[in-house]
Each structure stands twice: as structure tokens, then as C-alpha cells.
Design a protein around this ligand. Sequence first.
Ligand code: AMP
Ligand code: ZN
Length: 116
Amino acid sequence: MNEKVDKDCIFCKITAGEIKADIKYKDDKILAFSDINPQAPVHILVIPRKHIATLNEADGDILGYLVSAARDIAGQEGISESGYRLLVNCGDMGGQEVSHLHVHILGGRKMNWPPG
Ligand code: AMP
Ligand code: ZN
């Protein structure tokens, strides 16, 4: 078995093209696609192609790459100037529902603080 892929992981299936997604960006390391249940006018998820379950298992190289790409994708979406939020939920208490690392890009409306 290829340990970089979890056969039961929904985001690995999107990466493999087995589940359709509205792809916003892709390269050899990462993929970005629209969230299926958007919480803001712009809601995009940026994920590593490799299956990394949570932020706790991610090294600095991929984290830097994901955040840098998320910043650039926000620019492509036209929300750099108005502002946006990058968010990573980690584990149960962090509210993570899909166990494949992802960075949320949220924008196009005023974000609330504190989050729920
Ligand atoms: P989290 O709670 O941080 O794990 O976020 C998981 C996110 O994945 C949620 O915002 C879901 O709406 C989103 N999601 C789940 N399945 C899909 C899918 N097939 N395509 C796009 N987004 C998805
Ligand atoms: Zn996965």
C-alpha cells in the first residue's frame, strides 16, 4: 500500500480524481478546491497531495508551502486587499472533521471573532 494515500480518506480521493471537486489550484505538492459547504463567499481548502492526518504530523516545509500558496490563491480570488482568514482545525477539540491536513481560506465577508 502507498503510505502517502489513505484509501478511506475523502481528500485523498479528491487528489486522485475519484471524487469531483471545483479545483482552484494544483501543482505537484498541493491542491486547492472550493469547500462543499461554504461558510463565506470565498471558502477554499488547500491540502497537501500526500496524506498527512493533522497539523501535528506536518513538517515546516509543507506548512510554509501551504500557507504561501493559500496567500497567493487569496490574491487570485481578489480578497487580498479586503482581507481574509486562514484557518487550520487540528484534532477533535480543534473541530477537525476531515483527517487530512487542510488550510481553510475564508473571505468575502467580515469574519467574526471569537470563533465558536
Ligand atoms: P474541518 O472541519 O476543518 O475538518 O473541515 C472540513 C471541511 O471539508 C468542511 O468545511 C467541509 O465542508 C469540507 N468538505 C467535506 N467534504 C468535502 C468535499 N467532498 N469537497 C469539498 N469540501 C468538503
Ligand atoms: Zn488523505
